[in-house]
Every structure is written in structure tokens, then in C-alpha cells.
Ligand binder design. Structure first.
Ligand SMILES: Nc1ncnc2c1ncn2[C@@H]1O[C@H](COP(=O)(O)OP(=O)(O)OP(=O)(O)O)[C@@H](O)[C@H]1O
Length: 243
């Protein structure tokens, strides 16, 4: 049976070179749900993801990241960064199975091939990153993250480089593949946040606040009147935030 995904809690202070970015914040992430982090550029959304994944942030964190079940967080995390971080010497297939190989396991070839097909890269599976477009590389990175099949997925603007139609398809693929996992998604796009989120947290210079305007279940139809109303409500709040 698949491991139950944990809820997460991040608490504490964070500084870059002595300058505070977060003071006494408390970020709660519900188990098995999609939480979207939105907010102005440079406010610290990527830093929050990196703190959860225990990756280098270039700053000083004094606080804790804990799972609701009190077990270690990091071994259960799959992380997709803003930059694709593909290995340039490996082709698409080998990049997708890289995590599995690094753990000394045999890749599930059928699953890898299926994910590569689902992200539309089947004709490019033997190409290296240098001969792919930015959007193709982002799709390869998405397939690699989905291949990891972890209880917690941290996604930093994973669809930003995609055209509108592909973005919509990749949102649906991620939502389907990560169903029941604990997902934290950083996005600049209010439409994406209201389409995918169970919870939206607005990150700003004033701290964290919850967007209360969501209704119904994700994944929401992008063109539905209710979704558009949620989107404009969120946009209104984002436009009123201090830069
Ligand atoms: N390695 C670093 N050293 C010093 N400062 C950094 C470093 N990385 C990020 N910062 C600063 O930390 C702040 C938060 O950065 P972060 O990337 O978390 O913001 P963000 O909200 O994700 O931004 P964006 O939406 O533009 O990606 C920014 O002001 C940035 O300049």
C-alpha cells in the first residue's frame, strides 16, 4: 500500500546576509492536498520550498520543518526547481530515470516511457537537453519529478515556460499523477493557482495570508465563470500588495 503523505509545518525566522526575509512565520501545509504559494517577485516563495526540501538557500534559517507524522521530511520529497537542472550529457530518457539510477535501483521502463509520452516527448526521448526547447526541457523535468513518485512534491513554477495549451495539459497530468500527495506549488499565475489549488497562501512582505475565495474541488475548469471570479478575486488582492 502507498505511504500516506504527511502534512508539513515550517516555523521560524530567515535572514539573507543579516537582513530578515521572514520573521516568526508559520506555514502549514495540509496532507494530501495542493497548496499554492503566490505573491510578488523576490518575496521568498522559492526560499520556502528550498527550506522544506532542506536545500541551500544562501541564507540563515532558524526554525523547524516538521511532518505531521513526525518522520523525516526530506527523504519523502520530490523537488522541481525553476531551472530544469537536467544533466546535459544525458538524453531525455536517462534524465527521467536519473533519480532511480542514483539510488542504485532498476528503472521501471514502462512507467518512464509512459511519462515521456504523456509530456509529449516520445519523439525526442533520445535527445540531450541542448537540442530541446525551453518548454521541452521543462516537460522533461516534470516527467523526472513525476517519475520519483514521492509522497511530497515541491514545484517551483513548473509550467512557466509552456505555451497555453501545453500548460493546461501538463497541469492536468500533474494533478492526475500527484493525486493524494502533499503538493506545494509556487506560481505567479492566479489562473493556475485557482485551477489547481485546494489552498492558496499569499506570501508578501507583510507575511503569509490565506486566500479565502476558493470554492469547489480542483482541478477547476479554467473557463468556468466561478473559476474566473476566483481568479479575479485573487488578482485584486495581489494587485493591492506592497511591491
Ligand atoms: N543565494 C542568495 N543570496 C542572497 N540573497 C538571495 C539568494 N537567493 C535569493 N536571495 C534573495 O532572497 C529573496 C527571496 O528570493 P526567492 O527566490 O525566494 O523569492 P521568490 O518569491 O521565489 O521570487 P520569484 O517569484 O522572483 O522567483 C530575494 O530578495 C532574493 O534577492
Amino acid at each position: 500500500m502507498r505511504e500516506a503523505p504527511p502534512g508539513l509545518q515550517l516555523r521560524g525566522d530567515f535572514h539573507h546576509a543579516g537582513q530578515p526575509l521572514f520573521r516568526d512565520i508559520s506555514l502549514g501545509i495540509e496532507a494530501g492536498k495542493w497548496t499554492c504559494l503566490v505573491g510578488p517577485s523576490g518575496v521568498g516563495k522559492s526560499t520556502l520550498l528550498r527550506l522544506i526540501a532542506d536545500l541551500d538557500t544562501g541564507g540563515e534559517f532558524s526554525g523547524t520543518v516538521t511532518a505531521g507524522d513526525e518522520r523525516p521530511v526530506v527523504p519523502r520529497v520530490a523537488y522541481m526547481a525553476q531551472t530544469d537542472l537536467l544533466a546535459p550529457w544525458l538524453d531525455v530518457y536517462e534524465n527521467v530515470v536519473l533519480g532511480v539510477r542514483l539510488r542504485g535501483e532498476a528503472p521501471d521502463r514502462t512507467r518512464a516511457e509512459r511519462l515521456i509520452a504523456r509530456v509529449g516527448l516520445e519523439p525526442h526521448r533520445h535527445k540531450r537537453p541542448a537540442s530541446l526547447s525551453g518548454g521541452m526541457r521543462q516537460r522533461a523535468a516534470l516527467a523526472r519529478m513525476l517519475m520519483e513518485d514521492r509522497p511530497v512534491a515541491l514545484l517551483d513554477e513548473p509550467f512557466a515556460a509552456l505555451d497555453a495549451r501545453t500548460r493546461s495539459e501538463m497541469q492536468e497530468l500533474a494533478h492526475e499523477t500527484l493525486r493524494g500527495r502533499t503538493v506545494v506549488l509556487v506560481t505567479h499565475d492566479p489562473a493556475e493557482a485557482v485551477r489547481l489549488a485546494d489552498h492558496i497562501i499569499i506570501v508578501s512582505a507583510a507575511g503569509l495570508s490565506r486566500y479565502e475565495g476558493l470554492a469547489g474541488d480542483a482541478i477547476r475548469a479554467a473557463e468556468a465563470t466561478e473559476t474566473l471570479a476566483m481568479q479575479s478575486g485573487l488578482l485584486r488582492i495581489l494587485r493591492e500588495l506592497p511591491q
